[in-house]
Design a protein around this ligand. Structure first.
Ligand code: GLU
Length: 311
């Protein structure tokens, strides 16, 4: 049996709130109960939004809560560096493999449409289903303007200057029938069997941005594989990203980890917590005098309400 290796992958784009904390606590428990290793990876690729103060705050707040990690930017380890901004060469090598394999193509569509690519595309499936809308802040379905008619190896010495998109597979034979897009299937340890259809649930997604920043989907896969992560524990808002990432695992010849997506925590109005929900940031709760045990008691239900905000 290989050693369990889990990870916490916070982005330093704001203060961590109770929802993040609950998911990270779960990741911590899984690693601890398996007698394994927990890695903390600083996902600071979003150059527009990442800040060193937030990076320091997230380590401090997680440690205050009682979470322990054995590898990370502050403690070192054999799989570093643990800041994504220091791992460019690895992402670049993966880009080259995807290019040489004909998996990706350059896209010159407008910057505005592509603005979200460096951050993880958090979506809220339950809410979308309730409101019958498409994922609000998920990466928009790419209409295909720059997609070549058939897969081909694009000529380029370096990725910068255009966006690079992964060409999702289509026209696969599934159970003896031709489907519109490949069916991506995985078993989630908490949520059971999940099925997504490439081309219906997501389109050709960005793996590299024109400003020479690898997109979340690529960086995450490269790092989880390189750091030999055996189980990814993260929020249910990234379920669709898991489907995309499985396609990248296959293209890059990496073995995927196991998956555990955690339900999202909501406020009293049923809204998903956001980094802007300041009152529920770990920092604010700590400053109000709550103890780590009191904070942990708050997330036992899937909704957190008024009283919690006023201690
Ligand atoms: N840095 C990502 C985020 O904050 C983490 C995504 C992941 O766990 O894969 O959403």
């Amino acid at each position: 049996m290989s050693v369990y290796r889990g990870r916490l992958a916070p982005s330093p784009t704001g203060l961590l709130h109770l929802g993040h904390a609950r998911t990270f606590w779960k990741a911590y428990e899984r690693a601890r109960d398996a007698g394994g290793i927990l890695v903390l990876r600083d996902e600071d690729l979003d150059t527009q939004r990442a800040r060193a103060e937030y990076a320091a705050a997230m380590l401090e707040d997680l440690r205050w809560l009682g979470i322990e990690w054995q590898e990370g930017p502050d403690v070192g380890g054999g799989f570093g560096p643990y800041r994504q901004s220091e791992r460019y060469a690895l992402y670049r090598a993966a880009w080259e493999r995807l290019r040489a394999g004909g998996w990706i193509y350059p896209c010159t569509c407008s910057r505005r449409e592509l603005a979200t690519a460096a951050s993880a595309p958090h979506e809220d499936q339950e809410e979308n289903a309730r409101n019958e809308i498409g994922a609000e802040d998920d990466e928009p379905m790419y209409p295909g303007r720059c997609r070549p008619a058939r897969a081909a190896v694009a000529e380029a010495h370096e990725p910068a200057g255009v966006n690079w998109r992964f060409r999702i597979p289509e026209d696969r034979l599934v159970d003896g029938r031709v489907t519109d897009g490949e069916v991506v299937h995985f078993d989630d340890s908490g949520m059971g069997a999940r099925t997504y259809v490439a081309g219906r649930d997501f389109g050709d997604f960005v793996v590299w941005r024109r400003d020479d920043v690898p997109a979340y989907q690529l960086a995450c896969v490269v790092d989880d594989a390189a750091m030999q992560i055996t189980e990814v524990v993260r929020g249910a808002d990234l379920l669709k990203s898991t489907a995309r990432q499985l396609l990248l695992y296959r293209a890059l010849g990496f073995t995927p980890p196991l998956w555990l997506h955690c339900p999202l925590l909501r406020d009293a109005q049923g809204q998903r917590l956001a980094k802007r929900t300041d009152a529920l940031s770990l920092r604010a709760m700590r400053e109000r005098g709550l103890t780590p045990a009191e904070v942990r008691a708050m997330w036992l239900s899937d909704k957190v309400g008024g009283a919690a905000l006023h201690k």
